[in-house]
Design a binder for this molecule. Structure first.
Ligand SMILES: [Zn+2]
Ligand SMILES: [Zn+2]
Length: 349
C-alpha cells in the first residue's frame, strides 16, 4: 500500500511538472491583443493612413491576420512599421471580396505563400469555388460535340481563384475553425451589396466573446445577433460597423442595440463605422469605448488566452444561456429588423 501511495504521489508530482513546464514556456506567446494595421484614421507617424481595414488579432494562443487593407505597398509598410512577422501567422481571414480589405493579400503571399486563408465561398467568386456538375440541365439527345465536357462532366466543377496557388479554405456557412474560434458567415441583403457574403471572427474567451468584423455589410446587429448564439456575453466588438452613411436615427438604433440590447461590454470601432457613429458610440460607451485608430494595440485582458468552447462563457448559468439563445432565435429580439427597415440606402464601400 505504501509503495502504491509512493507511486501515485510520484506520478502526481511528475504530472504537475509536465503540466507546469509547457505553460511557462508558452506564456510569452499568449498575449491577447488586437493591433490595427490599416485604417484611415490614427496618429502613429510611422504608419500611412488609407481607407480600408486590417488587424493582427492575437488571442487564444493564435496569431490571425484579419483582412489586408486597400493597397499592398501601404499595407507592407504598415506591417514593417509595427515589426510584425507575417511568416508566423496561424492563418488569415479575408472578411469579404471588397478591395479595401484584400488588396494587401499579394504582399502576404510574397512573405508567406503557404499560409492558410479563410475566405467566403461565393459562386464564381475570386477566391475560387466549386459546384457539383449536377447543377446544370442536361440534354442527352444532343451529339457529344454540343454537350459540355462531351457529355461526361467531372462530378465537381472547380472555378478558379484570382490567387491560383494560395491555400484558401472557403467558408460557406458559420463554422468553428478551431476550439472556441468561429467564423460567422452572413450574406448582405442591403441594396448595393446584396448577396455579398462576409465572414466575421468570433473568439470565445473566459471574459466573453471577442468579435472582429470587417465591414459589417450584412448589418452589425445581424452579426452580433449570430455571435450571441455562440456566447451571449460579448466582451468586445472591433472593426467596421458600416454606418458611414447611416442617418442619425439608424445610428442611434444601432448604438442602442449594441449597448442595451446585446450589452456589449466594450467596443473598438474603426474603418466604415463612420464619424457620427464614433461620436454616438463614444457617448454611449464612455470609457468602454476603446480607441482603435491605425497603429493602436488594444489589449484584450489577462484572461482571454483561453479557448473555451461555444457557449461556455463565464458568469452565465445554463438558464441564462437558454434564455439568451431563445432571445437570439426570436424573429426580432431587439427591434433590429424594424431598425433595419428604416435604414437609408447604403452605398457600396
Ligand atoms: Zn466592403
Ligand atoms: Zn470596407
Amino acid at each position: 500500500m505504501k509503495l502504491l501511495t509512493t507511486v501515485l504521489v510520484a506520478a502526481g508530482i511528475s504530472g504537475l511538472i509536465s503540466i507546469a513546464a509547457p505553460a511557462r514556456a508558452a506564456a510569452p506567446e499568449s498575449k491577447s491583443q488586437i493591433t490595427i494595421l490599416y485604417d484611415a484614421f490614427g496618429t502613429d507617424p510611422s504608419m500611412t493612413r488609407d481607407w480600408g481595414f486590417s488587424a493582427l488579432v492575437e488571442v487564444a494562443g493564435k496569431r490571425i491576420l484579419f483582412d489586408t487593407g486597400n493597397d499592398a505597398d501601404i499595407f507592407a509598410a504598415n506591417v514593417r512599421a509595427k515589426g510584425i512577422d507575417l511568416k508566423t501567422l496561424d492563418f488569415v481571414v479575408l472578411s469579404h471580396r471588397h478591395s479595401d480589405h484584400m488588396a494587401g493579400l499579394n504582399y502576404v503571399l510574397s512573405v508567406n505563400p503557404g499560409v492558410k486563408i479563410y475566405a467566403p465561398k461565393e459562386g464564381f467568386g475570386i477566391y475560387g469555388s466549386s459546384l457539383p456538375s449536377s447543377f446544370y440541365r442536361k440534354d442527352e439527345t444532343l451529339p457529344p460535340e454540343m454537350r459540355y465536357y462531351g457529355g461526361s462532366p467531372p462530378q465537381v466543377m472547380k472555378f478558379g481563384a484570382a490567387w491560383r496557388d494560395a491555400n484558401f479554405d472557403l467558408i460557406d456557412k458559420t463554422t468553428e475553425i478551431a476550439p472556441g474560434m468561429t467564423l460567422i458567415a452572413l450574406v448582405s441583403d442591403i441594396p448595393g451589396t446584396r448577396e455579398l457574403k462576409e465572414l466575421s471572427l468570433a473568439v470565445n474567451t473566459s471574459e466573453g466573446l471577442v468579435l472582429v468584423v470587417g465591414c459589417s455589410h450584412p448589418g452589425i446587429e445581424k452579426i452580433v445577433e449570430a455571435a450571441v448564439a455562440i456566447n451571449p456575453k460579448i466582451h468586445l466588438i472591433a472593426g467596421g460597423f458600416h454606418l458611414v452613411v447611416g442617418s442619425d436615427d439608424v445610428i442611434a438604433k444601432a448604438v442602442a442595440a449594441l449597448k442595451d440590447g446585446f450589452k456589449a461590454e466594450s467596443i473598438a470601432p474603426g474603418h466604415c463605422t463612420g464619424e457620427p457613429t464614433f461620436a454616438a458610440l463614444k457617448k454611449a460607451f464612455g470609457d468602454r469605448y476603446l480607441y482603435a485608430g491605425l497603429g493602436t494595440t488594444i489589449p484584450l485582458g489577462a484572461n482571454t488566452g483561453s479557448d473555451l468552447r461555444r457557449g461556455e462563457g463565464t458568469g452565465l448559468q445554463q438558464d441564462d444561456l437558454t434564455t439568451y439563445r431563445r432571445l437570439a432565435r426570436r424573429e426580432d429580439p431587439f427591434g433590429i429588423l424594424h431598425a433595419r427597415s428604416l435604414r437609408t440606402k447604403a452605398s457600396q464601400l
